[in-house]
Design a protein around this ligand. Structure first.
Ligand code: FE2
Ligand code: FE2
Length: 143
């Protein structure tokens, strides 16, 4: 297991928690499939597929921020949140570009895994949980 979902990562909204659990499942399958490889595009398809899942999730969260949370989720927090998503995609693609150019070593794969683990843990436990709190404040009966 590379990225583990625990109750500590719950944002208090079932739909988002379920998305995180599904996404972590995809992430772990992807990380487990990474094997040392020579330069080339052998990993590109898998990177692209995971990026598609990640973007679907980011779009769902960003959809919540658009408008209906006014007064509960400050604009600067929404901007920061979107910015973290953008930075993730940028850095993720940088990893892919570099791996395609130089190949994937055991050490690089480990570094990439710990970057993923840390990013998802930090983002969900901080930024996403604050979005969850705003949603609960705005919609007290939301599950
Ligand atoms: Fe997020
Ligand atoms: Fe999230």
């Amino acid at each position: 297991m590379n990225v583990v979902w625990t109750r500590d990562l719950s944002v208090g909204i079932q739909e988002i928690d379920r998305q995180h659990q599904d996404l972590f499942h995809h992430i772990n399958g992807f990380l487990d499939s990474l094997q040392p490889a020579p330069p080339g595009d052998s990993v590109a398809e898998r990177f692209d597929l995971l990026e598609k899942y990640v973007n679907e999730h980011f779009s769902a969260e960003e959809g919540y921020m658009n408008g209906q949370l006014a007064g509960y989720y400050p604009d600067r927090e929404a901007r920061r949140h979107r910015g973290e998503h953008e930075t993730f995609i940028r850095d993720y693609r940088e990893y892919l570009t570099e791996i395609m150019a130089s190949g994937l070593t055991v050490q690089r794969a480990d570094e990439f895994r710990s970057w993923m683990r840390n990013w998802w843990f930090m983002h969900v436990s901080g930024t996403d949980r604050r979005l969850g709190s705003a949603l609960r404040a705005r919609y007290p009966f939301i599950k």
